[in-house]
Design a binder for this molecule. Structure first.
Ligand SMILES: *Cc1c(COP(=O)(O)O)cnc(C)c1O
Length: 398
């Protein structure tokens, strides 16, 4: 009998009951705007910021409207201006170069290694081109952060971390988002916490935090940011910083707080699924599983493998055959962007030189989401389906 998987790759879990109740309470009292509080009340947004800052060990946290907004605000807050070049990953998703473009910056792409992280040799080679690196921990893969910080510190490069795929992950025990000057997270449905939309920005730098709060639209109520810097930090910043509204509201914060509290447990559940998929895909001829370094604390909310040097038609045939059996794979090697799988040469507003070494890696990357609605048995079946279909297409036809 041929297995066919019936689950949905886009179905997340429901919002926890505590989040639903807190959201209903906010709707009942009607004070959704973060600065609209009753006497003595601390806004849900502020509580979320305090709780998230404590979780990652940051001095300051700001909740905003989206992960992309957190990125563009971080870029502005570290001083990126129109025309400035910003180093970033060639292998990432569209909101990352988009955030650079939003502030009028010019992305300079750094290649991807066979481990699917930023190629640090390429970073070192291009490091004289910009003062800021927007580092994307794409698909949860974290590079050697000590070496990265050495390269950047030596050249005075400010690092902003895009942790859209690494909330809960760490390198050598230090949470992702806490190595660079600013960490940015997304609370959008397909990330590790789900408020529909939303973002979080963390930093230990009082000036960066003050600027970010002003940009996000504080209407001079910055003193009510209990996870913000002291009011002295706003000195001239409050007069010099434009209001580019992108606040988070209390409804989303109420939905998120119980999810943040439960994040560790959710990460363990993701990793249990990831490990089942990983071991099910190990040792399949033609398929390379990405080995995860021991320094990395992962959150396996998606899995990638490489089909090294497979002809494009075979990769496409594999995706079609797996899809027919209910397994939704995405390929980063396709000529045109499909769904979320765009790549550096799909962003034609950037004038980027060809990157042959990166192209070769991208051509082999296959990606799969792992929602928590999948059981461990589902993951076993999915790995079996991929294994069988890879076996049909490799090596005969390659
Ligand atoms: C989702 C995502 C973001 C932020 O996206 P929003 O949808 O704006 O919250 C940033 N970087 C990457 C790599 C992402 O996948």
């Amino acid at each position: 009998m041929v297995d066919v998987f019936k689950g949905s790759f886009t179905q997340q879990e429901p919002i926890p009951e505590a989040g639903i109740e807190a959201a209903v309470a906010v709707m009942r009292h009607g004070r959704l705007h973060r600065y609209n509080t009753a006497p003595g009340e601390t806004a849900e947004t502020v509580l979320l910021e305090q709780e998230f800052a404590a979780m990652v060990g940051a001095k300051y946290c700001l909740a905003v409207a989206s992960g992309g907004y957190a990125l563009s605000t971080a870029l502005r807050a570290v001083g990126v201006k129109a025309g400035d070049r910003v180093l970033t990953n060639a292998f990432t998703l569209a909101p990352v170069p988009g955030a650079i473009a939003a502030v009028g910056g010019v992305p300079v792409f750094v290649g991807v290694s066979a481990q699917l992280v930023l190629d640090l040799d390429d970073l070192a080679a291009q490091a004289d081109q910009a003062d800021v690196l927007l580092l994307s921990h794409m698909r949860g893969h974290i590079c050697d952060m000590e070496r990265l910080m050495e390269i950047c510190d030596a050249r005075g490069i400010t690092v902003i971390e895009d942790c859209a795929h690494t909330m809960g992950a760490a390198w050598k025990g230090t949470p992702s988002g806490r190595w660079g000057a600013v960490g940015c997270y997304s609370c959008q449905t397909y990330k590790h916490v789900n408020a529909g939309e939303g973002g979080l920005l963390v930093t230990d730098d009082a000036q960066i935090a003050a600027r970010a709060i002003m940009y996000s639209g504080s209407y001079m109520m910055y003193e009510r940011h209990l996870a913000g810097p002291p009011k002295e930090a706003f000195g001239t910043i409050r007069f010099e910083t434009p209001n580019i509204s992108g606040r988070m509201d209390n409804l989303r914060a109420a939905i998120l707080r119980p999810q943040i509290a439960d994040l560790d447990r959710q990460c363990e559940r993701w990793n249990a699924r990831y490990r089942v998929l990983e071991s099910g895909l190990c040792g399949v001829p033609g398929l390379t599983v990405i080995e995860r370094p021991k320094e990395e604390t992962i959150v396996g909310s998606s899995i990638q493998f490489l089909l090294k040097d497979w002809p494009g038609e075979n990769v496409e045939a594999l995706l079609v055959r797996c899809a027919a059996r209910g397994v939704e794979l995405k390929w980063f090697g396709a000529a045109e962007p499909l769904g979320f799988t765009s790549r550096y040469d799909s962003w034609r507003y950037v004038c980027a030189p060809a990157m042959p070494a990166t192209d070769r890696v991208l051509a082999g990357i296959v990606d799969m989401r792992v929602p928590l609605t999948f059981s461990l048995e589902d993951c076993e079946m999915i790995a079996r389906i991929i294994r069988e279909e890879v076996g049909r297409l490799y090596p005969k036809e390659t």
